[in-house]
Design a protein around this ligand. Structure first.
Ligand code: ARG
Length: 405
């Protein structure tokens, strides 16, 4: 059961698995929002020698079951990367496992190299869901260069898209696009404009801002500018609107699971807007201690997703915490998109903890300021006690304890 994108690596993997391992290969292609013609991919799998080929449109499932929990967890790896690729891998693996069981397959195979994170995610998702299945990763074994692969494909009559001479390796889905390789491998060089595929250069973005209002219901985005849509459609629309304003470009010097530092350029317009909007709404409706504690959960959650532990018990348990925290995350956030920036311009909620009568410095103030002094006295006792014991200067002998003021 081969996870098949239709690209060169996975197309070469089909005859390689047949010839080297003596296996029949069934391809599985999952649409997670990448620009893909599923029918063409299916035909190419067959032309490459697959005995059967499956395709699945999983955009809704991806949005509902993978993106949404990650959004509610404000998941950002190293505070920077919205985990677009990392979130799609367990979903693809889940599809593979279900087809593998249906077909009675004994191995899951994928096109990942031995240097990246995606192999970790496919292997561990498979281990979590179907520990009885073996995993094969031809690209970890075959030691072919890209040129070797092209020759290998040509010898076997596999169509090679020679127009695809881009030096960049990219991966795309609803939650974002990633690019690596080529000049990007020099982290001191600014990514050239040609790297980007989803976003307009901020310099060329419209001169007037675009405002988008995102409506949330219990932590779930349900409408954009009053227009209610299924989540996967809302994300796709937001990618266009925010991308047109140059929003969502990310240059990440990233720490891979396998210990390698890599330079990755992402475009995540919808994720950028939704993560900011969601955090802004949480700031309005959640109390301080819950926000604080949730930050530590979020950090760990993002690491688990990155590290391929989506189906691990810790991620599932953290998910239960996150879901419970979203009960009152209902309301509207307006975000201003302007030349590459996405800034929250306003927020409102029926569960707002913001109380104008407490916050105001104008008339209508209901806060009992005289109570603050007593509060601070009690709150500050520990520091006061500590400070009263401290020698004022070195070599001064300890003094008798004076009464606290
Ligand atoms: N470095 C990112 C991650 O680990 C993106 C990987 C992109 N994958 C790819 N096959 N091009 O999530």
């Amino acid at each position: 059961m081969l996870a098949y994108s239709g690209g060169l690596d996975t197309s070469v993997a089909i005859p390689w698995l047949r010839e080297t391992k003596g296996l029949d290969v069934v391809s599985v292609t999952v649409d997670v929002g990448q620009p893909v013609d599923l029918e063409r991919v299916r035909r190419k799998a067959q032309a490459s020698g697959a005995t059967a080929s499956y395709v699945a449109d999983a955009r809704r499932e991806f949005a509902e079951e993978f993106i949404l929990p990650a959004l509610q967890a404000n998941a950002l790896y190293e505070g920077t990367y919205p985990l677009s690729t990392a979130l799609a891998r367990p979903l693809i693996a889940r599809h593979m496992v279900s087809v593998a069981r249906h077909e009675g397959a004994s191995f899951i195979a994928h096109g990942c190299t031995g240097k990246g994170n995606d192999q970790v995610r496919f292997d561990l998702a498979t281990a979590s869901l179907a520990p009885e299945l073996g995993v094969l990763a031809p690209a970890r074994e075959w030691k072919m260069t890209r040129e070797d692969e092209i020759a290998y494909a040509r010898e076997r009559g596999i169509p090679v898209d020679a127009t695809k001479s881009s030096p960049y390796s990219t991966d795309e889905n609803l939650w974002g696009r990633s690019a690596e390789c080529g000049i990007l491998e020099d982290p001191s060089v600014e990514p050239p404009e040609e790297v980007y595929g989803w976003t307009r250069s901020p310099a060329e973005a419209p001169e007037t801002p675009t405002y988008v209002t995102v409506e949330f219901d219990q932590g779930r985005p349900v409408a954009l500018g009053g227009d209610r849509r299924p989540l996967h459609e809302l994300i796709a629309r937001l990618n266009e609107v925010a991308g047109a304003n140059g929003v969502g470009r990310i240059d990440h010097l990233e720490s891979r699971v396998v210990g390698i530092k890599s330079r990755e350029v992402y475009e995540c317009p919808a994720a950028t807007v939704l993560l900011s909007a969601h955090q802004a709404l949480e700031a309005l409706v959640l109390p301080r201690d819950l926000l604080d504690f949730k930050r530590t959960v979020e950090l760990r959650y993002g690491q688990l997703v990155y590290d391929g532990l989506w189906f691990a018990p810790l991620r599932l348990a953290l998910d239960a915490f996150v879901r419970s925290s979203q009960e009152r995350v209902t309301g509207e956030v307006t975000v201003k998109l302007f030349k590459g920036s996405a800034r929250v311009a306003g927020r409102r909620s029926p569960y707002s903890l913001y109380d104008a009568g407490l916050a105001t410095y104008s008339s209508g103030d209901r806060f009992r300021q005289e109570m603050a002094e007593g509060f601070i006295y009690v709150w500050g006792l520990p520091v006061r006690t500590w400070a009263s014991l401290e020698p004022r200067a070195p070599a001064t002998p300890a003094r008798a304890r004076e009464p606290l003021p």
